[in-house]
Design a protein around this ligand. Sequence first.
Ligand code: GLC
Length: 409
Amino acid sequence: MLAPSRRAESTLDRAAARVLRANWREGRHASGLEYGYTCPAPPRYRHMWHWDSCFHAIAWRLVDPARARTELRTVLRSGRPDGFLPHTVFWDAPAGWRRAPLYATRGFLGDCRTETIGPPLLALAWELVAAASPNEPGFAGEALGELGTHLSWLARARDPDDDGLLTILVPDESGLDDSPKYEPVYGRLTHDRLGYMLLIERGRRLRWDAHALIERYDHHVEDVWMNVAYALSLRALGRLAGEPCWARRAERVERALLERCYDERTGLFFDLAGRDERPVRVSTWSALSPLVLEGIPDDVRVRIVEEQLLDGRRYRAPVGIPSVSMQEPTFNPCWDRFRCWRGPSWVNTAWLLVPAMRRLGYEAQADRVVASLQAAIEREGFREYYDPLTGEGLGARNFGWSTLLMDLL
Ligand code: GLC
């Protein structure tokens, strides 16, 4: 039994390394800054995305830790000295003229980065890459100040009501662009509709000042997944820096998720929309994501596994973990030209949720999720996402973060 799965594993590792190498870009930007990062999937996704790069570095650490370190240093230097780090950066090519107006940039054309944020996973990735860099012991400590400045910027700029939870301004800041959970909040301004242009224009008019935008408009969300990423990074920085203040900040986020987003009836965590913080009762993988947080009590986490991940009507699909509960009316397992995150299984979400299942003792069930994704990848290649019912590979090919499967095997 061992031999075939080992053979398959090493073939998969080699294929993953090929994807990462082919998608690697390095050079010097017109501003003089040097960069080295992995495109998610050229030609469609040829820029640098914040959370993609964090995941790429986590995968690179298994193949070539030096590239993992370069990618994270590049992410760190993509922002501003005040700690802001952008969602997308156009290092080696400007945004194409057709797409440029839709990127949340300062102007209409020609900016080198967006003014929006991505899921803040940098400190978490830094910790993992540092652990894989025994020959570079200085790496763990080299950016503590900047990582702290970044996490403090998020609290200052994106938690205007100071309740411990960060707010997103446009749906794709969470990385979950077209998730059906944003429809009740953004309506015709969602990512896949024409009104999205208006949302971007508003942001530009108010120079992406979150406080001003929140005061003026009601289209913003305290997003569960975004805050889970934030808490993970606060904890990681606490461990890297050996300073208890970061863990205390993580605990505050975890407490706020539990007290304000947790829905006792369904056992899910719901986003809070707008100024009056209306819970958005749509079941997507984000509603399960607090499973990964150590500060969430075990009984709450066990409920997520038992009642969601192991339930064949909800998230226990033949392949991977669906991005939307199969019970939701919006669930769509297939590819859709204008919409993603509406049902298909992604590898990065499995990378997040599977170890948490294992920690709670659900080894066999976790192995089943991994084996199903492994079979899909061996058959279909590293695709952007997979049909959770059939395993068909969908979206972009040679997709960077799908190589994270290496880390689950
Ligand atoms: C899509 C995904 C987003 C990702 C980006 C680059 O927009 O929805 O999560 O960061 O592509 O891969």
